[in-house]
Design a protein around this ligand. Structure first.
Ligand code: PMT
Length: 406
């Protein structure tokens, strides 16, 4: 299952470091190319030669031991990895990577890495529950790190409690599940909208909103990572769009309507994360408006509701809308789902800290025709995007199965 996958395995200094050897062996047997980084403390628990023999690569411990002058080892390892697994992850290493410290080979590589990260913590139960460790784990989760939770059982310190490293077999399963995602939307076409629209008043003034496009970009990135062919229709944004997608830039709600509807028939899933203006100025002036009098009244008219238009036209597409609310979130989300004929609505309370416009995190609830499906805690927008697309792929599969009469 892991053939062709490049995995960096970070082993840190806890008694469970010995299980790192079994994990390394299983990942290699599953076909992965595994490069091991050990902390100096890990090397006190288990001989690097064991990991070198199992991985068939030299083990990295010292940042300054540059064996190949043609590359910088920690940058090279970070760039080549499809996934970094840290198992066992001690409280110390978790603290370092959560806070951006880089004082050894593993933490330096982590700072240079842009690939996904899977962390399997192992430590004494009181350490695991310490507010500092809890906060550090939350910080990493907000940035999109995945976790294999420790198990409960006999700990090396004598306690019988939570803190044991998950079994190597379970960590391998989590790694395989991560890579299996790559096929979830293979052969499917996904259209995502992101950002805010601009409704011009004159050549230099316009009405817009605070959307940065981050939520829509994260959804497009997740869909692409799951194997979909993705078209991203983006209005005004303040973030870097993901690579590997077809990017179509628009300005106004009218242009977004045209860009979306002209592609709608050919796609399987539409996710409307964009913040589209509900009103636009009735008159758009060719020349800059001159100051005239003490007040100015703008006359606005309704824009077309793109989501509702798609809801009326859909023929088998999975239609996912967003609901940006500040009160009675469930009530308004379910109202939008029914009125706009959506299959899913992702509701965010945009007045809550850590949710909504501009930031890197969101707190969402997903609703289907049956009501609340899932309520997610504060997570990175990347992780929220991944979860939305996982649910979308599940729903699409059952819709197809129903279509075939299964
Ligand atoms: O971009 P970010 O900074 O990351 O912020 C993310 C976000 C807050 C913009 C995003 O999470 C979000 O909530 N997007 C929807 C914002 C919005 O316009 O919500 P709404 O409740 O007003 O609209 C409901 C749905 O109808 C949305 O899917 C919207 O795209 C759609 N709509 C609205 C008006 C319109 N004329 N046409 C539409 O299609």
């Amino acid at each position: 299952m892991l053939k062709g996958k490049s995995i960096v395995l970070g082993i840190t200094g806890g008694i469970a470091a010995y299980k790192g050897a079994a994990l390394c062996s299983k990942l290699v047997q599953a076909g992965a190319d595994v490069k091991v980084i050990m902390t100096e403390s890990a090397a006190k628990f288990i001989a690097p030669l064991t990991l070198q023999t199992l991985s068939r690569h030299p083990v990295y411990i010292d940042t300054f031991e540059e064996r190949d002058p043609s590359v910088v080892a920690h940058i090279n390892l970070a760039d080549q990895a499809d996934l970094i697994v840290i198992a066992p992850a001690t409280a110390n290493t978790i603290g370092k990577i959560a806070n951006g410290l880089a004082d050894d080979m593993l933490s330096t590589t982590m700072l240079a890495a842009t690939c996904p990260v899977l962390i399997a913590p192992a430590m004494n139960v009181h350490m695991y529950e310490h507010p500092a460790v809890v906060r550090n784990l939350e910080l990493l989760a907000e940035r999109g790190a995945m976790f294999v939770e420790p198990g409960t059982g006999q700990l090396a310190c004598g306690y019988v409690a939570k803190g044991r490293l998950a079994e190597p077999e379970d960590i391998v399963l989590a790694v395989e599940a991560f890579f299996a995602q790559g096929d979830l939307l293979a052969g499917k076409k996904v259209l995502v909208t992101a950002g805010g629209t601009i409704e011009r008043l004159d050549p230099v003034r316009y009405l817009t909103n605070d959307s940065s496009g981050k939520m829509g970009f994260a959804i497009a990135e997740a869909a692409r990572a799951m194997g979909a062919q993705v078209t991203l229709i983006a209005g005004r944004t303040a973030a870097q769009p993901p690579a590997g997608v077809e990017l179509v830039r628009v300005e106004s709600a009218e242009q977004m309507l045209e860009a979306v509807t002209s592609r709608f028939d050919a796609v399987d899933i539409v996710v409307k994360a964009a913040a589209v203006a509900d009103y636009r100025p009735v008159k758009q002036h060719d020349k800059k408006l001159k100051k005239n009098g003490e007040s100015l009244t703008l006359e606005l008219e309704r824009t077309t509701d793109i989501l509702q238009t798609l809801g009326q036209r859909k023929k088998g597409q999975l239609l996912i809308g967003f609901a940006a609310e500040t009160e009675q979130v469930e009530h308004y989300a379910m109202d939008k789902l029914k009125r706009k004929n959506c299959d899913l609505v992702v509701a965010n309370d945009v007045s809550a800290e850590g949710a909504g416009f501009n930031g890197d995190t969101n707190i969402v609830q997903l609703f289907g025709p049956e009501g609340l499906i899932e309520s997610l805690p504060m997570l990175s927008k990347r992780e929220v995007g991944r979860r939305i697309m996982e649910i979308a792929s599940d729903r699409l599969k059952s819709a197809c199965a129903r279509g075939r009469g299964e």
